[in-house]
Design a protein around this ligand. Sequence first.
Ligand SMILES: Cc1cc2nc3c(=O)[nH]c(=O)nc-3n(C[C@H](O)[C@H](O)[C@H](O)COP(=O)(O)O)c2cc1C
Length: 172
Amino acid sequence: MFTTAKSPDTTSHAQPRPVTLLSVGHNFMPLSWHMPVSKSPFRYAVCVRDENISHGLLHRYREFALNFLDFSYIEAYEKSGSSHGGEKFGLTDLTPKKADTITTTLIEEAYMIYECRIIDITGYGDHDIFVADVTMIHNKKVEVVKPVLFLGQGYYETTSHNPQRIAREEND
Ligand SMILES: Cc1cc2nc3c(=O)[nH]c(=O)nc-3n(C[C@H](O)[C@H](O)[C@H](O)COP(=O)(O)O)c2cc1C
């Protein structure tokens, strides 16, 4: 039996969602509304609410980075998502890293980082979608990645590390 509603409550978001730390300028915030939109050229979209400091910074700098930190850093995700602006590197004990193609500060502890330059901004409601060219990818060779999955309401999870493969003719 379904219950019906016109807007999502805490039980009706499509979750869990992979979460990353979006940095722009010297600020960063956790972000779960993000997706690739083109493989070649590699382009990525992020969705950021207008009340966040990062929203204004994205319009100003027209660039950002996505810093994927593993499950051992969920406290840093939660802390940086509970404050607006300020010195978040100090707050979370994360280490700033210089980027190659943008002026935005990267996060050293990430296992993977995308440097991105914005090519389009569209607003549909209280969030804007920022579509960007991925201009550099940094990838650390780690044995097992424990990605961070956000469930809402301060709950985080990671994968079981027990992938089930379905036989198929072609692989991506
Ligand atoms: C796990 C998690 C995921 C989040 N995902 C998003 C998101 O996709 N888009 C967004 O605008 N805010 C998202 N937020 C909220 C912002 O991260 C939060 O408002 C943050 O404090 C904004 O920081 P800023 O004002 O310094 O930019 C998320 C928060 C958490 C904890």
